[in-house]
Write a protein that binds this ligand. Structure first.
Ligand code: BGC
Ligand code: CA
Length: 298
């Protein structure tokens, strides 16, 4: 196994890595600047677009018809990467102007799942229970699935689509739900993994072809591979940054793990101590492959 730096300190709060198979590009976002990044694995070209008239961009996914969809502030939108043009698809959280979208990902039917969070004073310390988990279907109907969330974060689905995994960061655990793929509904919530003491908070995650979860541990200096059946940590990737934020598999064979990281709220001293915080990493020779991500159907 080896960890390398793909892009060094290219942002502040890098998040939401998404692999685009067709172009062999990695997309990711820098939430607060707000920027969508594109890195081309074949040419090593790095491009970005600064979004106008929004404060945050919190996830990016591909669209089945081509192009991108994103979550910004309290909205789902499409994004034209070349021009930076956003077109609103739907609004959420109309009851509370204080919240913002956070992590998002698509299920196998092309629904775009994303959740919100309340104002955050320091990382992981939010006004409690203001978040909601939503999905957006291809016809732009929004469904509300869960409320009273702290910080809505990582999502993943088992390959048989019967289980959805979900992270509310403040709970320091990963939960599972029974997933109804046809109906797009979740039920029977239970906890399947608790972050060990001193290992920080669970943030973004992805799943590999053996059904094991890869979870970024914010303040935990690591990404762990977890067996959702037993809750055991099968592997711990020690990283040169204290705050990894999320991860996804990519590359022509989906055997490369890409990890985003942050230096939000760092002091000058911390910025010097962790010169790689705010970088994107690639991990190879893991001995396991990921699964292709789903794109938005609308
Ligand atoms: C949020 C950040 C937060 C971090 C750790 C991220 O998903 O976007 O605002 O600080 O999780 O909780
Ligand atoms: Ca996150």
């Amino acid at each position: 196994m080896s960890v390398s730096v793909v892009l060094q300190r290219v942002g502040e709060l890098l998040e939401g890595p998404h692999w685009d198979e067709k172009s062999q590009c990695l997309y990711f976002i820098d939430i607060k600047t707000p920027v969508v990044h594109q890195w081309n694995r074949t040419t090593d070209e790095h491009k970005k677009v600064v979004l106008q008239n929004v404060k945050t961009v919190t996830s990016v996914v591909g669209r089945k018809q081509g192009g991108l969809a994103v979550t910004v502030d309290q909205e789902y939108a499409t994004l034209d990467f070349e021009s930076g043009e956003l077109k609103s698809l739907a609004k959420v959280d109309r009851h509370n102007p204080e919240t913002r979208m956070n992590d998002g990902k698509c299920d196998a039917m092309g629904r775009y799942w994303a959740g919100t969070m309340g104002p955050e004073k320091v990382p992981t310390k939010v006004e409690p229970e203001l978040g909601t988990l939503y999905s957006l279907d291809k016809d732009c109907n929004v469904i509300c699935h869960l409320s009273k969330i702290g910080i809505s974060n990582g999502m993943a689905w088992s390959s048989d689509n019967r289980t959805m995994y979900y992270i509310d960061t403040v709970t320091k655990q990963v939960d599972a739900f029974d997933f109804d793929l046809e109906g797009g509904r979740i039920s029977n919530r239970r906890s399947i993994f608790k972050v060990p003491e001193n290992k920080g908070y669970a943030d973004g995650m992805c799943i590999d072809e053996e059904g094991k979860l890869w979870i970024a541990l914010y303040f935990g200096t690591s990404v762990v591979r977890v067996d959702p059946q037993t809750g055991d940590i099968l592997k711990l990737l020690e990283l040169p940054v204290s705050c990894p934020t999320s991860c996804c598999f990519g590359g022509p064979d989906y055997d490369e793990l890409y990890i985003t990281s942050t230096h939000q709220y760092f002091t000058e001293e911390q910025l010097k101590q962790e010169p790689l915080a705010g970088s994107v990493f690639k991990v190879t020779n893991l001995g396991v492959k990921g699964v292709p991500p789903h794109n938005f159907g609308g």
